[in-house]
Design a binder for this molecule. Structure first.
Ligand SMILES: Nc1ncnc2c1ncn2[C@@H]1O[C@H](COP(=O)(O)OP(=O)(O)OP(=O)(O)O)[C@@H](O)[C@H]1O
Length: 270
C-alpha cells in the first residue's frame, strides 16, 4: 500500500538574484526522501537556516523544488495543479497573526479557499464556514468579526479553520505556535490533536520545541545545513539521541512546561 505522502529525492537550490560570475547558488535542501502515513504527525526540526521552512513551503506547494518528486496516495503531485494541492495539503504560516487580512471579516476570509477550489453555492460555503468556526471552538457569530477584534489565540484558531476548511489530508504548520503564551499554546495543540482525531489529518510541524515534539510527534525529521540527518519514529530518536546536535535539539528548553489536555472547557475562553 502506498504512503499518504512520499517525498522522493527532493532538493532545493536557490539561484543568486544577479548572475555575477562570482555569486554562488545556495543549496537549501540536499536531496531527501521520507514518507508519512495518514493520521501521523511529523515534526521537522533543525537549527536556523537548516531548510525547514523551505521544505514546508515545497510540500504545501508555495515553492517549487529544484529536484525530486512528491507523491500523495500513490499519485504524483504537480506544482502547477494548484487545486489538487490546495484540496489535499494546506499550510499555516509562521506569522499567522499577520497572515489574516485586516480589511475582511473572518467569514469572507474563510470563504476564499472554498470560492477558489470548490463549486459550492454561496449558501453551502456559508454553512462550511460555520462548521469550520465551530470545529475550532469559535462561534458562528465570529464570522462577522474582523481580525483586530480577536485575541492571539482566536486568530490562531481562525488560521487553523482556514487550513482545514477544504478538509485536507495534510496540514503543514511552520512554527505556527511561536509567540503564543504557554497556556494558549497548549489549548491550540489540544485543538489540533482533537481535529486530527476527528478528521484524520496528518500534520507536518516545523518546530523548535522539544516538548511539542515529544508530546505529539509520531516521527521526527532533523535537518542540518540542508541535509536530513535523522528520520525515524519519535521513541527511537529519543532513545538514541547520542549525536550532540540531535541531543541539543531534543533537550533544549526542557524547563518550559506545557500543560496538555488539562482543561478542555477553557478552549473557547481565550
Ligand atoms: N528565497 C530565498 N532565496 C535565497 N536563499 C534562501 C531563500 N529562502 C531561504 N534561503 C536560504 O535557504 C536556507 C534554508 O532557509 P530556511 O528558511 O528554509 O531555513 P529554516 O531552517 O526554516 O530557518 P528558520 O528556523 O530561521 O526559519 C538558508 O540558508 C536561507 O538563507
Amino acid at each position: 500500500m502506498s504512503h499518504l505522502l512520499e517525498v522522493k529525492n527532493l532538493g532545493k537550490t536557490y539561484r543568486p538574484r544577479k548572475a555575477w560570475p562570482w555569486s554562488q547558488k545556495s543549496v537549501a535542501i540536499e536531496p531527501i526522501s521520507f514518507h508519512i502515513d495518514a493520521g501521523e504527525t511529523l515534526a521537522v526540526m533543525g537549527e536556523t537556516g537548516s531548510g525547514k521552512s523551505t521544505l514546508a513551503k515545497i510540500i504545501a506547494g508555495v515553492d517549487n523544488p529544484s529536484s525530486g518528486e512528491l507523491w500523495l496516495n500513490g499519485q504524483k503531485l504537480h506544482n502547477q495543479h494548484y487545486q489538487q494541492r490546495c484540496n489535499n495539503i494546506r499550510m499555516i504560516f509562521q506569522d499567522s497573526e499577520n497572515s489574516l487580512n485586516t480589511h475582511l471579516t473572518l467569514r469572507k476570509q474563510l470563504e476564499e479557499p472554498l470560492k477558489f477550489n470548490t463549486d459550492l453555492t454561496a449558501q453551502e460555503r456559508n454553512e462550511k464556514v460555520d462548521i469550520a468556526l465551530r470545529r475550532v471552538g469559535m462561534l458562528t457569530e465570529h464570522g462577522e468579526f474582523y481580525p483586530h477584534m480577536l485575541s492571539s489565540g482566536q486568530k490562531q484558531r481562525v488560521c487553523i479553520a482556514r487550513a482545514i476548511i477544504l478538509e485536507p489530508q495534510i496540514v503543514v504548520a511552520d512554527e505556527a505556535l511561536v509567540g503564543l503564551d504557554p497556556s494558549v499554546r497548549a489549548q491550540i495543540i489540544n485543538l489540533m490533536l482533537d481535529l486530527q482525531q476527528d478528521m484524520g489529518i496528518s500534520y507536518i510541524l516545523v518546530t523548535h520545541s522539544p516538548q511539542i515534539v515529544k508530546h505529539i510527534a509520531d516521527k521526527i525529521l532533523i535537518l542540518y545545513r540542508g541535509k536530513m540527518i535523522v528520520f525515524d519514529k519519535t521513541d527511537i530518536v529519543l532513545s538514541d539521541d547520542q549525536q550532540p546536535y540531535v541531543h541539543q535539539l531534543l533537550h533544549d528548553h526542557l524547563n518550559k512546561q506545557i500543560k496538555f489536555k488539562s482543561d478542555k472547557a477553557k478552549k473557547i475562553a481565550d
